[in-house]
Design a protein around this ligand. Structure first.
Ligand SMILES: [Zn+2]
Length: 164
C-alpha cells in the first residue's frame, strides 16, 4: 500500500473509534512512524455479522468484542484496532510487535502479544519492553497486532463505560 493510501485508510478507520480511544491510537501510530515504521489499521469497527465470521473462522474467540462497541444509537464506537505493519502485513516481525506494544502500553492500551503464553514467556516480553530491547528473541502470543484499552473491561464497555 502506498503512503497516500495508508494515511487515507488510517484516517478513515480512526473515525470508527470512540474519540478518546482514537486519540490514543493516533499517538501510537505517530510514535511508530517516528521510528520509521508504517503501521496500518487493518480493522477498526466490526459489524456483528463480521465478528461472527471472525469467531467462526477462529480469528477471534469472542462473539462480542471491543471491535463491536456501539453508542446508544448504534453509532460506531470501536475500542479496538488491528494495527498491521504495512511493509509486512500479517508477517510482522517480533521487533515491530514489541515496539507496537511498548507504544500501546505508554498510552494505557494493551495488545494481544502475550495472549496464550505461559507466565515465563510473558515476563520475557515485559522485560524486553521495559529495557527497550526491541530485538529480544521473544515468543509471540496469538493476537499481537490487536490493540485495546488497558483500563476498561469488555463488560464495562458493553455497559456503556468508555476510556477517559
Ligand atoms: Zn482485533
Amino acid at each position: 500500500m502506498n503512503e497516500v493510501d495508508r494515511q487515507a485508510r488510517n484516517s478513515q478507520r480512526l473515525a470508527e473509534l470512540f474519540p478518546t480511544f482514537a486519540v490514543r491510537v493516533r499517538g501510537i501510530i505517530a510514535e511508530l512512524e517516528g521510528q520509521g515504521l508504517r503501521p496500518r489499521i487493518q480493522d477498526a469497527w466490526r459489524s456483528p455479522a463480521d465478528q461472527l465470521k471472525a469467531y467462526l473462522s477462529g480469528h477471534s474467540n469472542l462473539k462480542y468484542g471491543f471491535h463491536n462497541v456501539t453508542g446508544p444509537n448504534g453509532e460506531q464506537e470501536s475500542l479496538a484496532v488491528d494495527l498491521l505493519d504495512d511493509d509486512y502485513p500479517a508477517h510482522e516481525g517480533s521487533e515491530y510487535l514489541l515496539r507496537l506494544t511498548g507504544a500501546a502500553e505508554a498510552r494505557t492500551c494493551m495488545t494481544g502479544i502475550q495472549w496464550g503464553l505461559p507466565l515465563r514467556l510473558r515476563a520475557a516480553i515485559d522485560q524486553a519492553i521495559a529495557t527497550s530491547n526491541w530485538s529480544a528473541p521473544v515468543k509471540i502470543g496469538w493476537d499481537p497486532t490487536h490493540v485495546q484499552p488497558a483500563d476498561l473491561t469488555l463488560a464495562e464497555a458493553r455497559a456503556g463505560r468508555r476510556p477517559a
